[in-house]
Write a protein that binds this ligand. Sequence first.
Ligand SMILES: Cc1ncc(COP(=O)(O)O)c(C=O)c1O
Length: 369
Amino acid sequence: MNHSFTIPLRSALGNLSPYSPGKPIRELQQELGLSDIIKLASNENPLGPSPKALEAIAHSLSDLHRYPDASTVQLRQALAAHHQMAPEQFIISNGGDELITLIAETFLEPEDEVIICSPSFSEYEFGAHLMGATVVPVPLSPSFKFDREAIVNAVTNRTRWLCLCSPNNPTGTFLPREDLRYILDALPKHVLVLLDAAYSPFAHESDYTDGLEFVRSGYPVIVLQTFSKLYGLAGLRVGYGVGHEMLVHQIAKVKEPFNVNTLAQIAATAALQDVEHVRLTLKSNHEGKLQLYHAFQQMGLPYVESTSNFLLVELGAAAKDIYESLMAHGIIVRYGGIWNLPGHLRISIGNIEENSVLIRAISDILACE
Ligand SMILES: Cc1ncc(COP(=O)(O)O)c(C=O)c1O
């Protein structure tokens, strides 16, 4: 059909393009005619969803004719008890992704600057561009560590938002507590900090911080958390922000009333109590990480030590071909090109069987090169 629309677009759209997700399992199944696909591309939980969450959802299906609780009271109370903070300090969002957009909509004007470490999760850039703000990238070091001096030096009068992802996606490296403190103490009062701690449950280093201690001490920090990773509820879309209640109150003004559906609220509340699923998930991730480290060492492939549930592995000039060959074997990983890391793949840590299939496939592909 031939359209003759001349509806002007917001100029901010010039900087936006649709999110490029990991290839969905069904799409690859259809393309390859394979029934067994292994998806190690979106850092999901290889054990599946929390059984307690599934049970809770099953009991609530007959209430689906009702609108969700717009204030997410039960989930906020459960989170407040879980973290020993006040319910008013929590805002629940449609996945952590939505929290990022909500923060952008609350605080950013087109003349503002947003500092984003690079490479990192793409949604911060999306939020900044959505509001027409300017992105100021600060590169990580060559070994993907955070450069606290460079971050502080990037601050100007126009800086409104600093996005820090720790553990960082896609590198798996983290920002040590004392570096975060250094940055927070150096920032002028007009800068809001997002500490994206989506992968914090997987980080066990003694100098790691999930940022909550800084929220408790009154810094202008909003911590992002999600039920997509540890709790295995990515398909339901539920995440949250934790911050000073004055900040949270402002963010709540831009949120759609029913942004988090009923099943997501019920599942998340139940998953928080699912201590056994959490234990098994962390155990599986730890074992899977060691399995992959060992295999990459044996194959002589450099990788970045990860504090998370994924690994960045270096394959050099052949990375894209290997990514495509893996896809042809029915294994979906993430090609590093999307983060300007054309020699790397980001691989989510799967269960022992999935990792074994991946290792065999990489080693077969390398043997044919
Ligand atoms: C660093 C980081 N933050 C936030 C999210 C958002 O997760 P969700 O929207 O599923 O809660 C992701 C998802 O992959 C992520 O990698």
